[in-house]
Write a protein that binds this ligand. Structure first.
Ligand SMILES: C[S@@+](CC[C@H](N)C(=O)[O-])C[C@H]1O[C@@H](n2cnc3c(N)ncnc32)[C@H](O)[C@@H]1O
Length: 215
């Protein structure tokens, strides 16, 4: 059973508009380069590995076409998945439906969760390369939205590019060159502990960050 998308009515500033247009273009041209259809081992480990989290409520930020939201739902999680681009959110719902699992695929902004029907509390937040592309001035709102919706002890598993890995292909989008660092997450996510930072295996600096909300 799929939910209909919740349409957020949002006032975006000029930098956000540029980001939105760039992302929309990726989805319009077909399959975006990041859409591998493969769930990363770091998420598999958290869900199925030694000391796996018990299934609960999960919120995915920047879910793309829904590979990982579907994976979580298949493993017993109650999943809501948000993407800024309506075409992506549509595909996430379709992918879950084809797999016969329930995912609430929502079109909306991870920095404006109050506009969506995602009250939580959530036990797990998953972000595969969304936050690192969020404009710097919207990142406090992202952190506040998750903090407000986190169950005590909730985890945030985040993959992000480090600073300037992409050589800033779009000069108007400063965040795409800024990437994300451990220090930034420690500063921004008050009431959370950064419990793990593991470098990714990409040819440019990438990291897997795990944060835990205070109990
Ligand atoms: C690099 S893609 C990764 C997509 C997906 N996580 C995956 O790995 O296939 C980043 C995704 O985040 C979405 N995104 C970017 N900014 C967002 C925001 N503020 N709110 C929600 N989604 C956002 C983009 O539309 C895109 O689908």
């Amino acid at each position: 059973m799929m939910d209909q998308p919740d349409q957020a009515t949002t006032q975006r500033d000029p930098e956000e508009e540029v980001v939105h247009r760039a992302l929309e273009a990726y989805y319009r041209t077909g399959k975006p380069p990041w859409d591998t259809g493969v769930t990363p081992p770091e998420l598999v480990d958290l869900v199925e590995g030694h000391g796996a989290l018990p299934p609960g409520r999960a919120l995915e930020l920047g879910c793309g076409t829904g590979t990982n939201a579907t994976y979580l739902a298949r493993h017993g999680w109650e999943v809501a998945a948000v993407d800024l681009i309506d075409r992506a959110a549509d595909q996430a719902r379709e992918k879950a439906a084809a797999a016969g699992v329930a995912v609430r695929g929502l079109h909306g902004d991870a920095t404006r969760l109050d506009e969506l029907d995602v009250p939580g509390p959530f036990d797990l937040f998953f972000d595969l390369s969304c936050y690192c592309g969020v404009p710097l001035h919207r990142r406090d709102a992202y952190a506040a939205g998750l903090t407000h919706r986190a169950a005590p002890g909730a985890r945030l598993l985040m993959f992000g590019y480090g600073p300037e890995p992409l050589g800033n292909p779009t000069t108007e989008i400063t965040s795409w060159a800024a990437g994300v660092t451990a220090d930034e997450l420690r500063d921004r996510f008050r009431g959370w502990e950064l419990i793990d930072v593991t470098p990714g295996t990409n040819s440019v600096p990438t990291f897997w960050f795990t944060l835990r909300r205070d109990a």
